[in-house]
Design a protein around this ligand. Structure first.
Ligand code: SF4
Length: 197
């Protein structure tokens, strides 16, 4: 069995956080080892855990609109790899979902990323992913405002959740300046690949 197949199997069977999660471990990710675009997110929510598919919700609809892609393209692992910072739903606290389990990135992230070939763009969603992938030392708004420092290899994004509507309204430059550049780059990167046309 190849290293990639072993990795996929080992993640699917991971029990590292058993007893530390509200439910039995259920990793939810999309391994696209040859995809040009990585989506580095936070962690599945409760609904995503039930459905078993990353971004199969209003957040995903908005993210796909930001990218200018269809569901079919989004869920094509030859186009997109989807790796949350924590692969399993971490539970909910008084202020919303808990942070991704730190064990997950510590144990899996480098092993998985090193198997990716040809990544051209990392879309880095939320504070936890921005700390890990971009070594961000600033808050999310400042990191996203400073997006050109990472572009075009990576792009920090706010979470596309409807809970962020107020952030999006308060920061109109994001839709005006960042999204057109993002959509143009995604179109360039996916041009000619399976699933685009
Ligand atoms: S969160 Fe990650 S490390 Fe923890 S059980 Fe799930 S897959 Fe394993």
């Amino acid at each position: 069995m190849t290293t990639k197949a072993n990795l996929a199997r080992d993640i699917a069977n991971c029990q590292l956080c058993a007893g530390l999660l509200p439910d039995p471990p259920k990793p939810i990710l999309q391994l696209g080892f040859n995809a040009p675009i990585l989506i580095a997110g936070q962690a599945p929510g409760r609904l995503t855990r039930v459905r078993g598919l990353a971004f199969d919700d209003a957040s995903g609809d908005r993210l796909r609109a930001w990218l200018g892609v269809t569901r079919e393209q989004f869920y094509n692992p030859s186009l997109f790899s989807i790796l949350p910072m924590g692969f399993c739903y971490p539970g909910t606290g008084t202020n919303g979902d808990l942070a991704p389990r730190a064990e997950c990135a510590a144990h899996w992230r480098r092993k998985v990323l090193i198997q990716h070939e040809g990544l051209a763009l990392q879309l880095v969603i939320g504070h936890y992913a921005q700390q890990w992938h971009l070594n961000s030392q600033t808050n999310l708004t400042e990191t996203v405002r400073n997006w050109r420092a990472f572009w075009p290899a990576a792009l920090p994004l706010p979470h596309p959740s409807p809970r962020n509507n107020r952030w999006l309204k308060a920061n109109p430059w994001f839709a005006e300046q960042v999204l057109p550049e993002l959509q143009a780059q995604v179109t360039r990167l996916l041009a000619g690949r399976a699933g685009l046309y």
